[in-house]
Design a protein around this ligand. Sequence first.
Ligand code: IPD
Ligand code: CA
Ligand code: CA
Length: 278
Amino acid sequence: MGRERSGPPERRSLAARSATITVMIRAAFAAAKGLKRDFGEVEQLQVSEKGPGDFVSRADLMAERVLRAELSRTRPEYGFLGEEGGETKGDGRNRWIVDPLDGTTNFLHGLPHFAISIGLERDDEIIAGVIYQPISDELFWTEKGIGAYVDTPNARSRRLRVSGRKDPARAVVATGIPHMGKGDHSAYYAKLAAVGARTSGIRRWGAAALDLAFVAAGRYDAFFEYGLAPWDVAAGVLMVREAGGLVSDMAGGPYAVGGPSILATNGGLRDTMVGMLA
Ligand code: IPD
Ligand code: CA
Ligand code: CA
């Protein structure tokens, strides 16, 4: 990847970004415009039901259309996997993995916690990721071997590091609670009870991409969930690892993007979390 120093004009970064990450950030900003507008008019959105607890809105579709157009315009040879539009084959080496709106339920309820997530996979490995939260205007980005960073309205390209907490009694743990029609509720609640009894708090904010970005930022000490799709996690998994964290399945085994369970932790808590989740 060729490196360049200039980010999008509205958000010039101190850290050197590759041309590829700049393309990803531009696409996220373009899609965020529509999401912000639609969030402001959330009551007027035409919403159709996709399945219990899993809604697709006009905003998701529009955002994915913008992301697909922006990303394909600059990298026409790359494949594309989007939550809403499915897979478009590309050169067989490079593939965008996109969730145009992670946190749809929040969005539809007027809760300002949702994000656009873009991962870039090359030769079956995620090499770059962008997670953009349009309402807080926090831009999380990462590249393999370069690190993980956040740009906020007040700070540019601050390096992300996972937290250093080792004591579960001081840890805040994020999770995704299975909703109606999804997952094995009794098995999940047994794990939740075990974690709740030994940690200082559990959070369920409803956007897995942001859960992972927040682990990378050291805000959460760990995150676990069942049943996430590749677009929920592609960018976030690299972000956690580049911030010094660990990602595995809940048993501590290797995690494949989109695998049945995920556990993301800081370096010191993994074994304790695996024990609690056993
Ligand atoms: C959902 C969110 C949520 C997680 C769900 C995902 P969506 O994505 O990431 O936190 O618990 O499993 O499906 O539907 O809002 O893109
Ligand atoms: Ca999602
Ligand atoms: Ca989504």
